[in-house]
Design a protein around this ligand. Structure first.
Ligand code: PBG
Length: 332
């Protein structure tokens, strides 16, 4: 009789954990190569390693092609391109961002030529890698970033990428209204088929440190707290997400990922758009350095963190571990 027995003798959750086959049968979440987006730094300057991110390199547009081939071969079909230019071409307004001969534009054209529609090509749209002050928008006379003066520059950059063959442009600057502005500019330029993957929810985070070294995009003065979100806020993420939905975003990025799983979960509840978690450079570096020091098993740590982002509600995950994880069979 059930009443005579302790509840645990009847309710035994361990039955469903008994063998790998049973665990697989009842697993709720998985992470497969198709869920990953591989980021690449493409440069018009010299190629070479990124010191804070073991295993990550800046590549020339030509040097990128074999990496894209490798991504396709392991089933990672979505890639994201970040442009890196030498300091000598940077200026106050980030003119080089919309250059029709810039590294991202050249890489897009070459990738389209070589891989047709096999790859989904996404590009980061932001001024910080192209301005001499390293901010994501234009500083006004008072030193604050001038939101509305920045919008046309971002739209020009997005249009240059659309023209060169991007499937999706991904604004990461956090200016208000940039999604709507960009949508209008893309449509006016005949690019109504190009989507916007908006970094709708982007926090001012210490975990972007290694990326800024890779992209040469650190602010020369001040910080990004005047435009990126305050890590203390959760409800504000819903406000940002819904504003971008209204303005015509096709999918939303939440960034960083690991310390913000609650945010992924809550945004999941308010939109039907695909959600993309950005497993950022500092998160990658933490795992790499801890693994190199023998503190944890890299394969298991990567699989677990990616799975947990999926469990929280992410459809896709941008991760510097994407190719390594897909190649080495760390996913499931
Ligand atoms: C550009 C941009 C940044 C990242 C993606 N796009 C840096 C920043 O906002 O300072 C960070 C990505 C990472 O850390 O992996 N604005």
């Amino acid at each position: 009789m059930m009443a005579d027995r302790p509840a645990y003798q009847v309710q035994r959750p361990r039955r469903l954990r008994a063998t790998p086959a049973i665990r697989d049968a009842v697993a709720e979440t998985d992470v497969l190569p198709r869920h990953l987006v591989a980021p690449f730094f493409v440069t018009s300057g010299p190629a070479g390693p990124v010191s804070g991110m073991p295993g990550v390199e800046r590549l020339t547009p030509d040097g990128l092609m074999p990496q894209l081939k490798r991504a396709l071969e392991v089933g990672v079909r979505t890639v994201m391109l970040f442009g890196v230019v030498p300091d000598s071409v940077k200026d106050h307004t980030g003119t080089a961002a919309a250059d029709s001969h810039g590294p991202v534009v050249r890489a897009l054209r070459a990738a389209r030529r070589e891989f047709g529609d096999e790859l989904v090509l996404v590009t980061d749209v932001c001024l910080c890698g192209y301005t001499d002050h390293g901010h994501c928008g234009l500083p006004g006379p008072d030193g604050r970033i001038d939101n509305d003066a920045t919008l046309p520059l971002l739209a020009d950059m997005a249009s240059a990428h659309a023209e060169a063959g991007a499937d999706l442009v991904a604004p990461s600057d956090m200016m208000d209204g940039r999604v709507g502005h960009m949508r209008a500019a893309l449509d006016a330029g005949g690019h109504d088929g190009v989507g916007i993957l908006s970094y709708a929810v982007k926090y001012a985070s210490a975990f972007y440190g290694p990326f800024r070294e890779a992209a040469g995009s650190s602010p020369g003065h001040g910080d990004r707290f005047g435009y990126q979100m305050d890590p203390r806020n959760g409800r504000e993420a819903l406000k940002e997400a819904l504003l971008d939905v209204q303005q015509g975003a096709d999918a939303l990025v939440i960034k960083p990922a690991l310390a913000y799983l609650d945010v992924i979960r809550s945004v999941r509840g308010v939109t039907q758009l695909p959600l993309v978690a950005y497993n950022v450079s500092g998160e990658y570096a933490m795992v790499k350095h801890a693994a190199a020091a023998g503190a944890l098993d890299e394969a298991r740590a990567v699989r677990e963190t990616l799975l947990c982002m999926r469990r929280a509600g992410a459809d896709l995950i941008i991760s510097y571990h994407a190719l390594e994880a897909a190649t080495a069979g760390w996913l499931s």
